[in-house]
Design a protein around this ligand. Structure first.
Ligand SMILES: Nc1nc2c(ncn2[C@@H]2O[C@H](COP(=O)(O)OP(=O)(O)OP(=O)(O)O)[C@@H](O)[C@H]2O)c(=O)[nH]1
Ligand SMILES: [Mg+2]
Length: 442
């Protein structure tokens, strides 16, 4: 992939540049570049193990995450997926799923020709790859009955993972079919059209089911410290034969994904956020990217040797835009990113001219010239570009609005940075702002 190669190349050149930068600063920048690598370059598909009985809604949950029909629901044949990793592919990305169905049904193979029992085939798959999380699915109405057998299966899977990979995998319990909880006719996905008291009754009942299940899981010593939470959802969607969607009764899937995101390692996050298309999550990743890159840009500009050139800054800023574009579900060329910069009023031409002037000056005045751009401008400008790109690519605002966001954010970020500089001096970029601080007085 060309874009990826370009990014790899950029990261490498940045790191080489750091060889000429004095130590504490270089180390700080290296850490940031490493974070950037994990987030942008070492991405892979998230890997989930699904534990749950037949019909619990495992395939439906996969479809609910994608918002498309990628997994067959209801009438899956014995040949699909079970006992081995399966890549579900949507338009925007891939999930790797290990369906352990059958473990809690005993060890008898379902098909006569199956060489391995469900336990054996699951163990073999787990040796191949470590999962990022285990999702334990159970129907709301079944939480009361026979959970113990399911929990035995859960313990078995999590102990296998610990034995093979030496880590405690996070376990998230998903209470499915919440839409069918009494009062049944109250539609969770249309709360505005329902009577408030009816809705509340249903929500209360679901909350009780969740805490009941949580209590049962926490009773197990083998699960307690890996268990994250129980989360009620409806994953129901239905498609016509021609592929158009007939019903979308999904409820609280976004919230589930949001806290699954917290459990994922850095390398699986961008892919997850891209394929699930939850804007709030996309904003979270966009904002992390923005903060990392703004810090690096601020650091380069503050670097006390004249390697500080505007070129790596502009180049990082275009990477930021392509990165945010990617998170939103697009694939942008560097050229598109540069055009976006132009469109929101960043004078890319002027940046290049400035660089030439700086080089000429550097020859006369070097060493010790310092940077062409102030750290405040580099930081503030990058922060502003990230915000504008997120608004444009994730929220779909128009160019005028994006330009407006750019201008306002730039002013504000620059001011904030300068006040930070008064406290911390030239190292101010090492102490970046969290977004709350930034949002104050917005
Ligand atoms: N009402 C409702 N129905 C659901 C929900 N999730 C799944 N279903 C339905 O439950 C049935 C079984 O769902 P699947 O997703 O196929 O379940 P599964 O766990 O993959 O089943 P197996 O592959 O056979 O183990 C299907 O008819 C789904 O439409 C839900 O949240 N609400
Ligand atoms: Mg299934």
């Amino acid at each position: 992939m060309r874009l990826r190669d370009e990014l790899v190349d950029k990261a490498k050149r940045l790191e080489e540049m750091l060889d000429r930068v004095p130590e504490p600063v270089a180390r700080e920048l290296r850490t940031k570049i490493a974070e950037l690598r994990e987030l942008l370059l070492e991405q892979r598909a998230p890997r989930f193990v699904l534990v749950g009985r037949r019909g619990a809604g495992k395939s439906s949950l996969v479809n609910a995450i994608f918002g498309e029909a990628v997994a067959q629901v209801g009438h899956e044949k014995a040949t699909t997926a079970r006992g081995s990793w399966f890549s579900y592919q949507g338009d925007l990305g891939t999930l790797e799923i290990l369906d352990t169905r059958g473990i809690q049904e005993g060890t008898v193979p379902e098909a006569a020709d199956a060489a391995l029992s469900p336990v054996e085939s699951t163990a073999r798959a787990l040796r191949e790859k470590a999962p990022d999380a285990v999702l334990f699915l159970i129907k709301a109405k079944e939480v009361d009955a026979a959970v113990e057998g399911d929990l035995d299966a859960l313990v078995e899977v999590s102990q296998k993972i610990r034995a093979i990979h030496h880590f405690r995998v996070p376990i998230v319990a998903v209470v499915t079919h919440c839409d069918e909880v009494e009062p049944r006719n109250v539609r969770l996905h249309r709360p505005d059209e329902e009577r408030e008291d009816d809705l509340q009754e249903k929500l209360d009942r679901i909350a009780r089911i969740e805490s009941h299940l949580e209590a049962k899981i926490r009773q197990r010593d083998e699960l307690r410290d890996q268990f994250v939470a129980a989360h009620g959802v409806s994953a129901y969607q239905s498609w016509r034969r021609d592929g158009t969607r007939r019903a979308d009764d999904r409820w609280r899937i976004d919230e589930l994904l949001d806290f699954l995101l917290d459990e994922l390692p850095e390398q699986a996050r961008v892919e997850f956020v891209r394929l699930s298309q939850v804007k709030a999550m996309q904003h979270r990743i966009a904002s992390r990217l923005t903060n990392i890159i703004a810090t690096i840009c601020g650091g380069i500009a503050a670097t006390p040797v004249p390697v500080a050139d505007i070129a790596p800054i502009t180049s990082l800023q275009t990477s930021l835009i392509t990165g945010i574009g990617y998170v939103s579900g697009r694939r942008l060329e560097i050229k598109t990113a540069t055009e976006f910069l132009g469109a929101i009023g960043v004078n890319v031409g002027a940046a290049v001219a400035l660089r030439e002037t700086a080089r000429a000056l550097a020859k006369v005045l070097a060493p010790g010239l310092g940077s062409v751009v102030s750290a405040a401008v580099a930081f503030g400008g990058t922060k502003a570009i990230g915000r504008a790109a997120a608004a444009y690519f994730i929220d779909g605002v128009d160019v005028d609005r994006a330009r407006d966001i750019f201008k306002k954010t730039k002013r504000k970020a620059k001011r904030l940075y300068e006040s930070r500089q008064k406290e911390e001096g030239d190292d101010a970029w090492i102490f970046p702002f969290d977004d709350d601080e930034f949002a104050q007085g917005d």
